[in-house]
Ligand binder design. Sequence first.
Ligand code: DON
Length: 304
Amino acid sequence: MNELLNEILDSCRHHTNEGNLANYIPQLAKVDRNRFGICVVTPDGVFRAGDWQAPFTMQSIVKPLILLLALMDKGEAYVRNLVGVEATGKPFDAFNYSDQAMKSEHINPMINTGAIALCTAIEGYTYEEKFLRLLDLAKKLSGNPHLRVDEEVYYSEKATGNKNRALAYMLKAYGLVHDRVEDVLDVYFRACSIQVTTEDLAKIGLVLASKGKNIFTDELLVSSDYTRYVNAVLTTCGMYDGSGEFALNVGVPAKSGVGGGIMAVVPSRMGIGIYSPALDEKGNSVAGIKALEQLSKRLDLTIF
Ligand code: DON
């Protein structure tokens, strides 16, 4: 497997020259666009190639964890009532919302409005506590107790995240958020700034692929009802308005982030983490998608 991963990175490396680094969060534009790494975790072990160890921030890859924790804390009915599950076909930070589109059933947990609304559903006496519980979940699912926030990215995003501020105020105007917008956004910004490697993502992906179990210890970490829910939403909206194409060409639940990471979930088989920071116009890693397309073909990963 290590040989296959190296081969795939080599044949996709030229794609790291395509696309652009996210620059709307200034700190994200400072990374080396040549970084390219992958990690695959299966019941047979951990397989790695390239810059698998390079740190980057989760960004939107944290959205499935926000959804998971909201489901664990409040249950399916509450979450469904707050935020729907329909694919939006829109960019992650779409702004052109009509009155109709601001109804719960038209908001998806994988786009910014849905994820921001779901931050309010996480249990915690304070917003600080809500965030720490989310970080704990990320540590538990990745098996990495050292996960932490990249403070520079967090401050950079907090200082410039006015589009998210506007979206959050819009949610408040439509009654989908009741608490102080800055408190809610603080959880969202910190969550996006959790620093990971491809191995952390692959391990989280494997838990989602294994009905909520850590297959190495046999411990049930999350109910399979909730991993089913998350994987279904990842399939229809994890790659935003590129989700249809991704379903066709890769065919597994996955989530991208503007930090350049992608986490992929291959049910009953493996978790995959990949990193290459240059993005297409939809905010998805260009070389990351190309490598996943090849891996899917070589190992016949598609679920369809
Ligand atoms: O909301 C934002 O701007 C970021 N913190 C996360 C967006 C993101 O990762 C979209 N993914 N491709």
